[in-house]
Design a protein around this ligand. Structure first.
Ligand code: GMT
Length: 375
């Protein structure tokens, strides 16, 4: 099949899922055309089945905000026509679903019918989409999509709860490439970061308020009172500066390292003992799944779709948002020498349930259904 994938190119779950999906589809012989305003950061292979088309949007003195959505719609019209695409799969509703709708309508004037699938990822529904600024457009463009998927049961339910959606939403969870995400032997690296055999605690995120970075620091402070440990914070975003300032006022700041954006995140996960994700809201928690695949148990909140991934008491623990006391106590329990190996093993076993080899056919079957006109 010839598929156009529209996504954000930046660090972030929706772009990662879209890119990994496209690469996996290409490996199975589909022709995949990525369309975005920059090359997706995870797109590290180009082969005969993978194409990348950049959306250029020229500035003009009149535009305080260049109309990206229109440039994207025009690009989609051009690529669908020229490359004879059979399907557009857009990731993150805003503004991709409405741009795809516009392109689809324009293409009808050329007697071209292009089905559109929208995958809902998280804040496009839970935060940004619900905002009155965007809500009517989000509702309309989801209803106009030929197919709609959500990355968790929670996100599906939340979409129906807050929007007037007539479409059937299919749940297709996030997935993981176990070839890449596995526990690698990195003993030298571990020794360099934790020379006295300290426990290594890790957090990855885009440092947005929804991730509650302050809670990450609070949990670490509490558990560090009882065990020697290092905290590694991967990623960057608006709350990083505040977190760095807070860290300086805390005990144990010397045990905390902000390492910014890294590509080989699996290398750091491979030397880690525990992953913290105290998010306010999380539709799935792809970063937590990446940790589990590297045999790292989880401390998460019970927000959104996280309990669908992190099985309480088995692969880690879930807690109410903000309950850093419980999260720290649970962390200490997991880190006990007689508990840790079991949690690590079960985290890895759980991750295998989301192997790309299992989830990819769900997308392929859904594509066939939608392209076949059965929506
Ligand atoms: O919504 C965001 O903050 C970012 C978003 C993205 O586009 O990167 O992440 C969401 O999509 C991921 C992939 O489906 C999910 O694993 C994340 O849980 C989800 N983030 C939130 O719901 C906060």
């Amino acid at each position: 099949m010839k598929i156009g994938i529209v996504c954000y190119p930046t660090y972030g779950g929706s772009g990662v899922v879209a890119t990994e999906l496209g690469m996996a589809l290409a490996a199975k012989g589909h022709q995949v055309h990525f369309i975005s305003y920059a090359q997706p950061f995870r797109l590290d292979t180009i082969n005969e089945n993978i194409f990348y088309h950049e959306v250029n949007f020229n500035s003009y003195p009149l535009f305080e905000y260049p109309p990206y959505e229109l440039a994207l719609a025009s690009k989609l019209v051009d690529i669908v026509k020229f490359e004879k695409l059979q399907l557009l799969h857009v990731h993150y509703a805003i503004p991709h679903a409405s741009a795809a709708f516009l392109a689809k309508e324009i293409l009808k004037t050329y007697q071209i019918h292009i089905p559109v699938i929208t995958t809902l990822h998280g804040t496009d529904i839970t935060l940004v989409g619900k905002d009155a600024t965007y809500e009517p457009v989000v509702t309309f463009s989801i209803n106009q999509s030929d197919g709609v998927t959500a990355v968790s049961q929670f996100l599906k339910d939340d979409t129906y709860r807050h929007f007037n959606i007539k479409k059937k939403i299919e749940v297709i969870p996030n997935f993981i490439n176990l070839q890449r995400f596995q526990r690698l032997k990195k003993e030298h690296f571990r020794k360099a970061l934790a020379p006295h055999d300290e426990k290594i605690i890790v957090h990855t995120s885009n440092f947005r308020p929804v991730k509650r970075i302050e809670d990450v620091l609070k949990i670490f402070q509490k558990l560090r009172n009882h065990v020697t440990a290092k905290l590694i914070l991967i990623g960057d975003g608006p709350d990083r500066k505040h977190a760095e300032d807070l860290c300086r006022q805390m005990n144990y700041c010397a045990d905390i390292r902000f390492i910014g954006k890294v590509d080989a995140v699996e290398e750091i996960l491979s030397i880690s003992d525990l992953f913290l994700m105290p998010s306010e809201s999380e539709s799935f928690g792809l970063a937590a799944l990446e940790a589990m695949a590297c045999e790292v148990p989880l401390i998460t909140t019970n927000a959104g779709g996280l309990p669908e991934l992190n099985v309480d008491g088995i692969t880690g623990f879930n807690s109410p948002v903000g309950d850093t006391e419980k999260m720290a106590n649970d962390a200490l329990f997991i880190l006990e020498d007689n508990h840790l190996p079991g949690f690590k093993k079960r985290a890895w076993e759980r991750a295998k349930e989301f192997d790309v080899a299992k989830i990819l056919p769900l997308y392929e079957n859904y594509y066939k259904k939608i392209v076949g006109g059965d929506s």
